[in-house]
Design a protein around this ligand. Sequence first.
Ligand SMILES: C[C@H](O)CC(=O)C(=O)O
Ligand SMILES: [Mn+2]
Length: 343
Amino acid sequence: MSDVTEKIRITDSTLRDGSHAMAHRFTEEQVRGVVHALDAAGVEVIEVTHGDGLGGSSFNYGFSLEDDVKLVAAAVDEATRAKIAVLLLPGLGTVHDLKMAHDAGASVARVATHCTEADVSLQHFAAARDLGMETVGFLMLSHRVGPEELARQARIMVDGGAQCVYVVDSAGALVLGEAQERISALVKEIGHEAQVGFHGHQNLSLGVANSVLAQQNGARQIDGALCALGAGAGNSPTEVLVATFERLGVPTGVDVQGALAAADDVVKPFLHRLPFADRGAITQGYAGVYSSFLLHAERAAERYGVPAHEILQKVGEAGYVGGQEDMIIDVALQLAAERDRAS
Ligand SMILES: C[C@H](O)CC(=O)C(=O)O
Ligand SMILES: [Mn+2]
């Protein structure tokens, strides 16, 4: 166990991971309201981007209502203390996109790759460092590899310029000790040079518990989202993280009442659907499916008349990763064909 009283930093991803749950329909007014409330509560980093990061607005991933750079600029304008972060998936977002976000005032670059492909992030970390941005690496679908391999990937990111690397439980599939051992492996490999972070999803309702274990094993950056607004069953709720860490005596710098007010008074009123561990989302945690596939699977289910949870189960068995959203349609068509043959 590491020093349990050392301060941790909460990064709120309501306005980025929550974009998946909102089908990327955030308005500038909503962004301003959320940033204002989080900033007032003392949250140090607020992530604002399309759910799939800069450049994510597309036919494959879903079009944004508003341009990312415009929303980043609004967030920067609204924040008095908080830093504004952007997410970038190399290949989807480009160095040009990063420069535009930086020009709009974003100061933290979070570069995300599949957990075995850290090497594709190097150019983007170099560019972010040249721009003077803080750098964070995101190893997505971290349950797909063991702790040692994950630590090797984190090492690649740190050597490339990442100042923190996250274990990203994109599928909400890590069960307690599995999160703990991955955090410990990263802390051992990079802890003397960089921080380690944890990004949890609630598909098996373990986001907060895994975050506590992550902190107790040396993670110093933890992600959350107000009202859990995020892909799948949502993220670890920021307001619950803040209250839990305060009860544990771990400083976050965030005011509990401020976080509760931000969730209840600002986010809840504009939600059409609260993230929830329903059959589809639980299947994602159980079968290890990328959380942002949920709405894609629900749309395919409706279109082809097959259950979303069956699509997600097959997607998990096939091992598809972020970027393979089109395969969800393929799986739905196969299930529909099997159904037609059977009848
Ligand atoms: C692009 C993904 O939504 C990033 C993320 O939040 C995750 O993998 O989880
Ligand atoms: Mn996520």
